[in-house]
Design a protein around this ligand. Structure first.
Ligand code: KIV
Length: 293
């Protein structure tokens, strides 16, 4: 069995990604790369691959914990996964996703919960969903020295308001509102903004109007960066795949193949083989036989 280092693999040639570094990438028109991770091995892989940002998304509720939506996810569940990711990543900027009801009830509660992501979860920044209704919370969290990534468009925590996971901003009125929300979030201090499932031309317009970087998911190639849920990209989550996902692998199929092969080999007496056994020196074996009678 391979051994895995318990500490992040250091990549000395690569510097820790910072919020100002992302702003510079936007200015230089260099695409920003972001993926989700919820555990230590995935964080190791994403960090080693050189991703700019690792998001511990509340999507973990659906793709890891099996909830039908992200709504049941708690602060404790988020922090548990954040800590695992923080142990695996040393260079990527780490963003923790604030779960439903952790920032909506009151501004002081939002600041306290955002602080927990840094103090207890090892994150560098937080993300929260919503536009004009979230400005006070954003201002207060940023005021506490915590970078905030905004998230507008299809915001999954509002799935009941939208009546399903539907694209947003497809009418002039809805698009205008999203453009205004984007500007307001930037003014309130957001350091970047996720645009989810909105028309590509609207996402490009918002991107061009903002100083802060936009990160698109189902928002076309005109954003400053791209994000996907890693379980979708790897083909690990089979229950539901949005149309904007590109599957780069079939991990579910590969897992099924490997597990079936293991089952067949155990049932057929093929595994474990001699090379998987622990050896005992002959003299110790003789002593044991004598002692055991
Ligand atoms: O929770 C999540 O993974 C997200 C991304 C899809 C942006 O919010």
């Amino acid at each position: 069995m391979s051994t895995v280092s318990p500490v992040p693999i250091s990549t000395p040639e690569r510097k820790k990604v910072t919020v100002p570094a992302l702003r510079k990438k936007k200015a230089r028109r260099e695409p920003i790369t972001m993926l989700t991770a919820y555990d230590y091995p995935t964080a190791l892989a994403l960090d080693a691959a050189g991703l700019d940002i690792i998001l511990v998304g509340d999507s973990l509720g659906m793709v890891v914990l099996g909830y039908p939506t992200t709504l049941p996810v708690t602060m404790e569940e988020m922090l548990h996964h954040c800590r695992a990711v923080a142990r695996g990543a040393s260079n990527s900027l780490l963003v923790g996703d604030m779960p439903f009801m952790s920032y909506q009830v009151s501004v002081p509660e939002a600041v306290r919960n955002a602080g927990r992501f840094l103090q207890e979860g090892g994150m560098d920044a937080v993300k929260l969903e919503g536009g004009r209704d979230r400005l006070e919370a954003v201002r207060a969290i940023v005021g506490a020295g915590i970078p905030v990534m905004g998230h507008i468009g299809l915001t999954p925590q509002s799935v009941n308001q939208f009546g399903g996971f539907r694209p947003q901003g497809r009418t002039a009125a809805a698009a205008t509102r999203l453009l205004e929300d984007a500007r307001l979030l930037e003014e309130a201090g957001c350091t970047s903004l996720v645009l989810e499932s909105v028309p590509a031309r609207l996402a490009s317009l918002i991107t061009n109007r903002l100083e802060i970087p936009t990160i698109g998911i189902g928002a076309g190639g005109g954003c400053d960066g791209q994000v996907l849920v890693t379980h979708d990209l790897l083909g690990l989550f089979e229950r539901f795949t949005p149309h904007f996902v590109k599957k780069y692998a079939d991990f579910h199929g590969e897992m099924l193949r490997a597990v079936r092969e293991y089952k067949d080999e155990v049932e057929g007496g093929v595994f474990p083989a001699a090379e998987h056994e622990v050896e005992m020196p002959d003299e110790e074996w003789e002593l044991l036989l004598k002692a055991a009678g």
